[in-house]
Design a binder for this molecule. Structure first.
Ligand SMILES: [Zn+2]
Length: 134
């Protein structure tokens, strides 16, 4: 698979090297987070049961919610053209899964497969017709 980035990224050989943090700043952040945690504890000490129940509910409900959202969200195709990098890929032949064309730059590949592209291609046709009509 082709990478969209041009140069090497952080952590890769030849990539940018991050400056090491100064021990002074690291110490300040550590002490600051301890002070913040202590302050939150002192403020919420009286409502410990409410806080615990709320956090427990979040820990219980959040994964279920995440699962539902992930399962119900429709899968969208990656329509990025490998030639011009615009999001314009369409099916080469309507109703056939393999084969794409790019109306923007003229790219065509009869064996290129884009998952889920067939599911949105008809809607894209109607979108084009609506644009042409207006
Ligand atoms: Zn293109």
């Amino acid at each position: 698979m082709r990478s969209r980035r041009s140069g090497p990224g952080r952590g890769e050989p030849g990539g940018p090297v991050s400056e090491p943090r100064s021990p002074f700043l690291t110490g300040i952040f550590s002490i600051g987070s301890f002070v913040l945690a202590g302050a939150v504890f002192l403020v919420l000490r009286e409502k410990a049961v409410t806080v615990a129940v709320t956090m427990g509910l979040i820990a219980l409900v959040a994964p279920i919610l995440w699962l539902l959202v992930s399962a119900m969200r429709p899968a969208l195709p990656d329509r990025t053209c490998p030639s011009c990098n615009r999001e314009s890929l369409r099916l080469l032949v309507p109703g056939v899964r393999e084969g794409v064309r790019c109306p923007a730059c003229g790219f065509q590949d009869a064996e290129f497969y884009v998952p889920y592209l067939i599911d949105v291609d008809d809607a894209l046709d109607e979108e084009d017709k609506a644009k042409a009509a207006s």
